[in-house]
Design a protein around this ligand. Structure first.
Ligand code: SF4
Length: 324
């Protein structure tokens, strides 16, 4: 069954925080307020474009901290989403902060068939959370995660790589801590320096150095493997590449790439092949790799980067043997 998602971005609404890295209006790609009526129009418009009846459609409130909105406004948005009598709609999902979850909110979510809540965990290091002015701690994540699961709502946990004060070890610890909370899904976002943020000031003064694309993709690949080993669905790697995000002068520095997820996937295969090369002491020869058609481009890598990597580092020529 094909799955669709109707994303409705609600920028910065309800969020009194100013995390170092956040310029929410830029991330969502929308610069004006969204009303429940706008949401209704967007849903109706989207539904009219999906001709098939053999599909599942989820309405997704993303972009800010949905449950930080005024409770009456939250209800209006939920009502707008729930007002469609379309059997293809399977539920509502939303993203929010870990400290904006309580039983009053979850009662209302249950009333309107909210099926998934994603929490912006970002990191599980309390020190990094404080340095980035997140205004919550890891205990808030644990409490909210348990509550969401108690309501039988699917749990999603989002993490960031390379935040101010973090390092690869801390990022991987975050990944392991997230696994310990058994979410259904995760999203992995590398930290990017955006114009107008406090992170930009830190970057300009030399106090913050973002990861390179290569480094961020390597850590994302390691996280990806760990999540997959634990049957946790990774539904996004990298920021959405909206025109606004990529507008002139907006991205100051950091590992932004429109195909970041693909690069991380390539890295997963690079790491696997490299383990074999090292374990078997393979050097200066041809290495035949059996692969399904869907794996070929991931093994070769973007712009043949994996092929080039193995040739340059080990003198190994990767040859794909296609399996049906
Ligand atoms: S809580 Fe979310 S929306 Fe608010 S400033 Fe932080 S990252 Fe941005």
């Amino acid at each position: 069954m094909r799955k669709y998602n109707i994303p409705i971005f609600i920028p910065h609404e309800g969020c009194p925080h100013d995390c170092l890295f956040c310029n929410q209006r830029k991330i969502t790609g929308i610069d004006s307020s969204v009303t429940p009526n706008d949401a209704k129009c967007r849903i109706a418009e989207y539904l009219s474009t999906v001709k098939s009846y053999e599909c599942e459609i989820e309405i997704a409130y993303f972009g800010g901290s949905f449950t930080g909105l005024d409770i009456g406004l939250q209800r209006e948005f939920l009502k707008a989403a729930a007002s469609f009598d379309d059997p293809r709609i399977t539920g509502i999902r939303m993203s929010t902060r870990p400290d904006y979850i309580d039983t009053e909110i979850l009662d209302m979510c249950a009333e309107y068939n909210v099926t998934a809540i994603e929490l912006g965990v970002q990191t599980t290091s309390d020190n990094v959370l404080e340095l980035n002015k997140r205004g919550h701690c890891f205990d808030d994540v644990k409490t909210a995660s348990k509550l969401i699961k108690d309501y039988n709502i699917s749990l999603g946990l989002q993490m960031m790589l390379g935040m101010y004060g973090s390092d690869p070890e801390t990022d991987l610890k975050t990944c392991d801590d997230i696994i310990s909370l058994s979410p259904s899904c995760t999203r992995i976002y590398p930290t990017i320096v955006l114009s107008g943020t406090e992170l930009e000031t830190l970057y300009n003064s030399g106090k913050y150095t973002p990861y390179t694309i290569e480094a961020a993709a390597g850590i994302a690949a390691e996280c990806l493997e760990r999540f997959r080993e634990n049957n946790i669905d990774v539904i996004r790697i990298g920021l959405y590449s909206s025109d606004d995000l990529r507008s002139d002068g907006n991205i100051i520095a950091g590992p932004f790439h429109p195909a970041f997820g693909e690069i991380a996937e390539n890295m997963v295969y690079r790491r696997k092949i490299e383990k074999t090369i090292i374990a078997q002491g393979i050097k200066d020869c041809e290495l035949k790799i059996p692969a399904k058609p869907s794996e070929v481009s991931k093994i070769i890598g973007q712009k043949r980067c994996n092929k080039i990597y193995f040739k340059q580092k080990y003198g190994v020529d990767i040859k794909i043997v296609q399996m049906s």
